[in-house]
Design a protein around this ligand. Structure first.
Ligand code: GCB
Length: 616
C-alpha cells in the first residue's frame, strides 16, 4: 500500500462515533415511499384503546385494543372502535388546526392508515420513519407493537420485521399523546402552543440489510482556514456509521466536483476518514455552495448536498471561514400564523425564509426546539446561518436523572439529523433556565456532551440577564461552558420603557462573543396610537429604535449578533389580553395575517446598514 494512501486512510474497527444510535439520517437522500396524506383517527381522552375497563393495559390480541383491526364476519360480531371517513386527518399536520374540537385538546388520538408493501428486493429491509410526533408515539403494525418514542420535535424510526409485512393493506396505527408532564422535555410550562399529532412527514425507508446509517463529512475544523485558502489545500474529515458490524466490507465516497473518489475497507460498524482536497468553494452566507456527496456501502448509496465551512470563536469574535461575522438574526417558531398551525412542509419553510430574506437577516434562531428538517436544509441552500435548540425550557426538573437522559436523547437526535448542514453553526442546549447548582450541572453536562458529539460547531444556551439599577450584567455560571454568551433581554418591555435603553450599562464577565438571543415587544398588527400606548405598533417601533441605538452606542465590543423575538406572532395559551392578544404572543414583527408591523422596517434598516458595512 502506498504511503500516501496509508496517510489518507485510517480504518479502525469499532470506532465509537457519537449519534442517536438507531436513527437513519438523511432520509431525503435514500429510497423512500411517503405515507403522508389522509389518515383516519379516533379521539380517545379516556385511553380506552389502550386500557381495559379495569384500567389494565390491554393484551396484544385484545379485540378492544385500538391497534387491532376489526373484521365483521357475522351479524352478531361487534366492536366499539373503527377507523373510517369522515374521521379523516391530514398527515403531516397538527390536529389542533384541523378541527375546532381539537383547538385546546391535550390527550390521546389514534391515527390509522393502510399501506401496501413497497417494491423492494429480498436483501432489503423496511424502516418506518417519523419526522416528528408530539409528544409520545406508540407505533403498531398489523396488531404488533413496533416501538415507542417520546419527544415532540425529533425524528425516529423502527425496523419493520420482514415476516410482519404483508403485500397488501398493512394496518398501521399510531397512538399519539400530547399531554404535558413535569418530568418531560419540555415540561408543563411553555410560552407556545402544545400542537399535538403527527406533525412531520412519515415514510418507509428501504435499505439493504447492511447500510450506512449516519455519517459526518465536513472540513477538518482544526486547520487554519486562512492558510488552507492560501495553499489551496483543505482537509476533509469525518466518519461513517453502519447499522451493524461488517467484516471486510467496502465504503466509498465521491464528491465529483472536487474529484474525490475514495474507497475504504471497513471491519466493524464504523470508520473514520481524513483526506486533503485542492480548491474548495467555501460555503458562506454570500456563497451557499453545496457539493453533491455520495457514500456507498457495497454498492448501495446515500446521497447528500454538503457545504464546507469553518465556524469558530476567536476571543471575542465569531469567525466564518476566518472572517469576522455579525449575526443579523431573527427568532422563529415553527408556525404558519395565517392558519394558526405548525409549519410542516417545504412550502412553509419557503414562506418563513422569504420574510427572513426580506428583513436582510443572515441568521435564524429556530426556537425553542428542533424545527422540521426542511428548515436547516433550505438554510443550507439560501446561505442562512442557523441556531437550533432542544426544548430544555424554563423549569425543567433538573434534579432528575431520567430527565437528563431524555434531554440527552433529544440532543443526540437533533445532532444526528442535522450534523451535515453547513448552515447550522450553533447547537443550543436550552432557554432561560433558572440558575442553581443542580441546573448548571445538568446544563453543562449537555454542553460537554454536545461538544464531544460534534466538535465542528459552537454551543450555546439562551441565558437570562441580571438587572441592577441600570446595570445589566451576565454572570450566569453556564457562560463558563458555552462558546458564545447569549442572553434574552426585554429592556423596555418587561422592565421600564424603551428609553431605559439610553442609559443602560451592559457588562459581561465572559471574554467571549456576546449575543442577544431575544429582545422584543408586543404589538397588535393594525393597532395604531401614540408610542407610549402598549401593544400599539408605535410602541413596538419605539422599542426597536431604542434597542438599535443601544446596540450601536452602548454595547460591549464583543457584541456579535442579535436574534430579536420574533419574526411572526405565534399562538400561546399564556397570552390572554382580550383586546390585544386573544391567545397570541404579539411580539412578531409580522402579524398573524402576514402583515408587517412598523418595527419590521426599523430592524430591516439596521440590518441593511450592517450588511452594507460588512459587505455580506
Ligand atoms: C422569553 C422566552 C420566549 C417567550 C418570550 C416572551 O424570554 O424565551 O419563549 O415567548 O420571552 O414573549 O415573553
Amino acid at each position: 500500500m502506498k504511503k500516501s494512501i496509508l496517510y489518507l486512510l485510517i480504518f479502525l474497527t469499532g470506532v465509537s462515533v457519537k449519534g442517536q444510535e438507531d436513527l437513519i439520517s438523511n432520509t431525503q437522500g435514500r429510497e423512500t415511499v411517503s405515507l403522508n396524506g389522509t389518515w383516519h383517527y379516533i379521539v380517545d381522552p379516556y385511553e380506552t384503546g389502550f386500557y381495559d375497563y379495569r384500567f389494565r393495559e390491554r393484551r396484544e390480541t385484545d379485540g378492544g385494543a385500538y391497534w387491532n383491526k376489526f373484521v365483521k364476519k357475522k351479524k352478531t360480531d361487534w366492536t366499539e372502535h373503527g377507523y373510517q371517513a369522515p374521521y379523516n386527518i391530514k398527515v403531516p399536520g397538527d390536529w389542533n388546526s384541523q378541527d375546532r374540537q381539537f383547538v385546546y385538546y391535550e390527550g390521546t388520538v389514534w391515527y390509522q392508515r393502510n399501506f401496501d408493501k413497497p417494491e423492494m428486493s429480498s436483501d432489503e429491509d423496511v424502516y418506518l420513519y417519523f419526522g416528528a410526533v408530539n409528544y409520545e408515539a406508540h407505533v403498531y403494525l398489523n396488531g404488533k407493537k413496533l416501538g415507542m418514542h417520546k419527544g415532540g420535535f425529533t425524528p425516529f424510526n423502527f425496523k419493520v420485521p420482514g415476516e410482519l409485512l404483508k403485500d397488501k393493506d398493512n394496518f398501521l396505527v399510531v397512538r399519539v399523546n400530547n399531554e404535558r408532564h413535569p418530568e418531560e422535555i419540555p415540561t408543563v410550562n411553555t410560552d407556545w402552543w402544545n400542537y399535538g399529532g403527527i406533525t412531520r412527514d412519515v415514510k418507509l425507508v428501504m435499505v439493504p440489510k447492511q447500510f450506512i446509517q449516519q455519517y459526518h463529512v465536513q472540513l477538518n475544523q482544526d486547520q487554519d482556514i486562512i492558510k488552507a485558502q492560501r495553499s489551496k489545500k483543505y482537509g476533509i474529515k469525518g466518519w461513517v456509521k453502519l447499522n451493524e458490524a461488517v467484516t471486510d466490507a467496502e465504503v466509498s465516497m465521491e464528491i465529483p466536483e472536487l474529484k474525490v473518489k475514495k474507497r475504504y475497507k471497513v471491519t466493524g460498524d464504523s470508520l473514520r476518514f481524513e483526506f486533503d482536497v485542492k480548491r474548495i468553494s467555501l460555503w458562506s452566507t454570500n456563497n451557499p455552495k453545496l457539493y453533491d456527496v455520495s457514500l456507498k456501502l457495497n454498492g448501495s448509496s446515500v446521497t447528500d448536498k454538503i457545504g464546507f465551512r469553518k465556524i469558530e470563536v476567536d476571543g471575542k469574535k465569531i469567525l466564518l471561514n476566518g472572517k469576522q461575522i455579525f449575526l443579523r438574526g431573527i427568532s422563529i417558531h415553527e408556525e404558519i400564523p395565517q392558519e394558526a398551525r405548525r409549519a410542516n412542509s417545504k412550502k412553509d419553510a419557503a414562506q418563513l425564509y422569504s420574510w427572513v430574506k426580506e428583513l436582510d437577516a443572515n441568521m435564524v434562531r429556530l426556537a425553542h426546539y428542533p424545527h422540521n428538517e426542511y428548515m436547516p436544509r433550505m438554510a443550507d441552500s439560501l446561505g442562512i446561518l442557523v441556531w437550533t435548540e432542544i426544548p430544555v425550557y424554563w423549569t425543567i426538573d433538573f434534579g432528575n436523572r431520567e430527565v437528563l437522559k431524555k434531554a440527552q436523547k433529544q440532543l443526540r437526535e437533533m445532532i444526528s439529523r442535522d450534523r451535515n448542514r453547513a448552515s447550522v453553526i450553533i447547537w443550543s442546549v436550552g432557554n432561560e433556565t433558572p440558575v442553581s447548582e443542580t441546573r448548571t450541572k445538568f446544563m453543562s453536562t449537555l454542553v460537554k456532551e454536545t461538544k464531544k458529539s460534534d466538535p465542528t460547531r459552537l454551543v450555546s444556551a439562551a441565558l437570562e440577564v441580571g438587572y441592577n439599577k441600570g446595570r445589566n450584567y451576565v454572570d450566569d455560571p453556564l457562560g463558563e461552558y458555552t462558546d458564545i454568551v447569549s442572553l434574552n433581554e426585554y429592556l423596555g418591555w418587561y422592565g421600564g420603557l424603551p428609553d431605559a435603553c439610553k442609559t443602560a450599562q451592559w457588562e459581561t464577565k465572559y471574554n467571549k462573543p456576546f449575543f442577544i438571543s431575544e429582545t422584543g415587544a408586543g404589538a397588535k398588527g393594525g393597532f395604531h396610537d401614540e408610542k407610549e400606548m402598549r401593544f400599539s405598533e408605535e410602541y413596538q417601533k419605539w422599542y426597536y429604535e431604542e434597542q438599535v441605538a443601544m446596540f450601536k452606542e452602548r454595547f460591549p465590543d464583543n457584541f456579535s449578533g442579535v436574534s430579536p423575538w420574533i419574526l411572526v406572532d405565534f399562538r400561546s395559551p399564556r397570552r390572554n389580553n382580550p383586546d390585544y392578544q386573544e391567545g397570541w404572543n404579539r411580539k412578531g414583527l409580522i402579524d398573524n395575517k402576514g402583515n408587517k408591523k412598523l418595527a419590521f422596517y426599523v430592524l430591516q434598516q439596521y440590518y441593511k446598514e450592517l450588511k452594507e458595512k460588512a459587505g455580506h
